[in-house]
Ligand binder design. Structure first.
Ligand code: 5AD
Ligand code: SF4
Length: 497
C-alpha cells in the first residue's frame, strides 16, 4: 500500500465522466417516465457516514434523487463495516433481501463498498454467491465511483474495483451531500498507522494521510458562511494530524484556527488516541467555548499488561493522568470512552483493573465491546483466547457499573438550564424535540403551551405540527429528569429564531 495523491487532471477526467453519466441518467429517466432514485445504506462509524455523504454527493450530481423509505431504489449502495464480526454477518444476511428487490426492479444497480471490501474473502464470496451485486469498491476508491458506474452501465459487466493504493483526494474536490442541515462532517485525515493488535482498520483504511490545513480551513470558512452550526472534525487518530505532512500545523493548532472562525456554535472531533493527545488540546478546549465540552478518549482496557499486548503505547497511569487533567480543566464537560472486554489473555485481575479505572474516571458514557477475533490481525493468532461464557459474564459486570455511572452523570444536570442544538423530532413522540447539549448529552424536551416562534404561538397538538422545522436551531432547555441514556427537559426559549 502506498499513498497516491490524485492529480487535478485525473479529477477533471472524473468530472467529464460525471457529465456524460448525467446525460445518460436523464435519458433513462425520460424513457422510464420517472426520476431515477438512489439509497445509500451506511453501517459502522462516522468516517463511513462521511464517505456516504460523498457517495450521495456523486449520485446527486448525476441527477439521481433519494428514494423514499418504502420504495425500491434504482441505485443501491451498501457502505459496509468490518470492525467486529457481527457487522459482516449483518451484510450477508441483508443481501438476500436485496436479491428479491432486484427481481422486482431488474434494472436496479447494487454496489457494495466500505471496509469489508478490503478483505479478499468477502469479494470472493460476493463474486460466487451474490451474482446480483453489480460492483464492489474499497473505502479509498470513492472518487472512482463515476468510472465504476460508467463501466457497469456501458459494458454491462460486474465491476470489482478495490485498489491497493491509499488515495488522497481532497474533500473539496468531490461533491458532498451533508445529511443534516446543521452538521457538517469534515474528515481531516484518513487511515491509521497504529496497528492496535485487535483492529482491522489499518488494513482496511490504509496509512495515515492528512489533508492540508489550508484546504480544511477554507472548507470550514465556506461551511460557516453556509450556516452550518456544528462541524465534526474526523479521523481515526486526530491527534496525529499533520505528522505525515512536512511543516504542517498540529491538531491543537488546527482546532484553535477552526474555533476562531466566526459562525460555528460547536466544533466536535473524533477520535482521540490517548498516546497522542497533547495537553495543549485540553487547554485549547478550555479556552474556546465553541469547542464541544466533550472528549471521547478510548481506553480499551485498564490493565497496563493488556494495553501493552494491544499495542496501545500507553499504560494505565498515563491514561489516568490525561483523563484527570481533562476533568480538572473542564469540570462540567463529559468524558466518554471505548472498552473491549475479553481481549486474549485478559485475567480476572486485568478485568478488575478495567473496572477500577472506569470507577475512577467516572465516564459519562462508554461504548463497551466484547472482543471480536478479526482475521489478519495479530491478536487473532494469540493462543489464550477467552471463552465466551467468561466474556459474557465480565461484560455484564462492566455494563452494570457503567450504566450506574451514566445515570448518575445524567442526574447531575437535572435542574440546570442548558443550551441545546435541536436535531429535530424525537423518536419517542411527535410533539417532543430532540437535541444535544454542548457536552453531547442527548436531551428530549417538550415545548410548553404558550411558547411563540417567530411571533406565532406553537401548537404541538396541531395536526400539521412539524417538529423537524426546528432542526438546527439553538434553544435553552431546562433539564427536568434523568433517564438511563438521555435526559428530559422543557424548552425555556429559542436563541436564534
Ligand atoms: N473487537 C472488539 N472491539 C473492537 N474495536 C475495534 N476492534 C475491535 C475488535 N476486534 C472497538 C474499539 C474501538 C472501537 C471503534 O471499536 O474499542 O475503539
Ligand atoms: Fe484501530 Fe487502533 Fe487505529 Fe483506532 S488507533 S483505528 S483502534 S488501529
Amino acid at each position: 500500500m502506498s499513498t497516491v495523491i490524485v492529480s487535478q487532471e485525473e479529477l477533471l477526467r472524473h468530472n467529464s465522466v460525471l457529465s456524460s453519466l448525467k446525460n445518460r441518467i436523464a435519458a433513462s429517466s425520460l424513457e422510464r417516465g420517472h426520476a431515477l432514485t438512489y439509497r445509500v445504506k451506511t453501517y459502522g462509524c462516522q468516517l463511513n457516514e462521511s464517505d456516504s455523504e460523498k457517495i450521495e454527493g456523486i449520485l446527486r450530481s448525476i441527477g439521481l434523487i433519494e428514494a423514499s423509505e418504502e420504495a425500491i431504489p434504482d441505485f443501491l449502495i451498501l457502505n459496509t463495516c468490518t470492525i467486529r464480526e457481527n457487522a459482516d454477518v449483518r451484510l450477508f444476511g441483508n443481501l438476500g433481501a436485496y436479491k428479491s428487490q432486484k427481481k422486482q426492479n431488474r434494472d436496479m444497480f447494487i454496489a457494495v463498498c466500505g471496509c469489508m471490501m478490503k478483505q479478499p474473502e468477502n469479494i470472493e464470496r460476493i463474486k460466487k454467491s451474490f451474482p446480483f451485486v453489480d460492483a464492489c469498491f474499497g473505502p479509498s476508491d470513492i472518487h472512482l465511483l463515476p468510472d465504476i458506474l460508467d463501466r457497469k452501465l456501458s459494458q454491462k459487466k460486474r465491476v470489482f474495483s478495490v485498489s491497493d493504493e491509499d488515495y488522497l483526494v481532497d474533500d473539496t474536490d468531490i461533491p458532498v451531500e451533508h445529511k443534516r442541515k446543521f452538521r457538517a462532517l469534515v474528515p481531516i485525515m484518513y487511515g491509521c498507522n497504529n496497528f492496535c493488535t485487535y483492529c482491522v482498520v489499518p488494513y482496511t483504511r490504509g496509512r495515515e494521510r492528512s489533508r492540508s490545513s489550508e484546504k480544511i480551513l477554507a472548507q470550514l470558512r465556506e461551511l460557516a458562511s453556509q450556516g452550518y452550526k456544528e462541524v465534526m472534525l474526523l479521523g481515526q487518530n486526530v491527534n496525529s494530524y499533520g505528522h505525515d505532512r512536512e511543516g504542517e500545523i498540529s491538531f491543537a493548532e488546527l482546532l484553535k484556527e477552526a474555533a476562531s472562525i466566526p459562525g460555528f456554535s460547536r466544533i466536535r472531533f473524533m477520535t482521540s488516541h490517548p498516546k497522542d493527545i497533547s495537553d495543549e488540546v485540553i487547554y485549547t478546549m478550555q479556552k474556546y467555548p465553541n469547542i464541544e465540552r466533550h472528549l471521547h478518549l478510548p481506553m480499551q482496557s485498564g490493565s497496563s499488561e493488556i494495553l501493552s499486548r494491544m499495542n496501545r503505547h500507553y499504560d494505565r497511569e498515563q491514561y489516568l493522568k490525561t483523563a484527570l487533567l481533562f476533568r480538572k480543566c473542564l469540570p462540567d464537560a463529559t468524558l466518554t470512552t471505548d472498552i473491549i472486554v475479553g481481549f486474549p489473555g485478559e485475567t480476572e485481575e486485568d478485568f478488575q483493573a478495567t473496572l477500577d479505572v472506569v470507577a475512577e474516571c467516572r465516564f459519562d458514557s462508554a461504548f463497551t465491546f466484547q472482543y471480536s477475533r478479526r482475521p489478519g490481525t495479530k491478536a487473532a493468532s494469540y493462543p489464550d483466547q477467552i471463552p465466551q461464557d467468561v466474556v459474557t459474564e465480565r461484560f455484564g459486570r462492566l455494563l452494570a457499573l457503567q450504566n450506574d455511572l451514566t445515570f448518575a452523570s445524567n442526574e447531575s444536570v437535572v435542574g440546570k438550564t442548558e443550551e441545546i442544538l435541536i436535531e429535530g423530532r424525537s423518536a419517542t413522540a411527535p410533539d417532543v424535540l430532540t437535541g444535544r447539549t454542548n457536552s453531547n448529552r442527548l436531551v428530549n424536551f417538550r415545548i410548553p403551551s404558550g411558547t411563540k416562534f417567530q411571533g406565532n404561538l406553537i401548537d404541538t397538538t396541531a395536526e400539521d405540527f412539524d417538529a423537524d422545522k426546528f432542526e438546527g436551531l439553538l434553544a435553552m432547555v431546562h433539564i427536568t429528569r434523568a433517564k438511563p441514556y438521555s435526559v428530559e427537559g422543557e424548552l425555556v426559549s429559542f436563541i436564534d429564531e
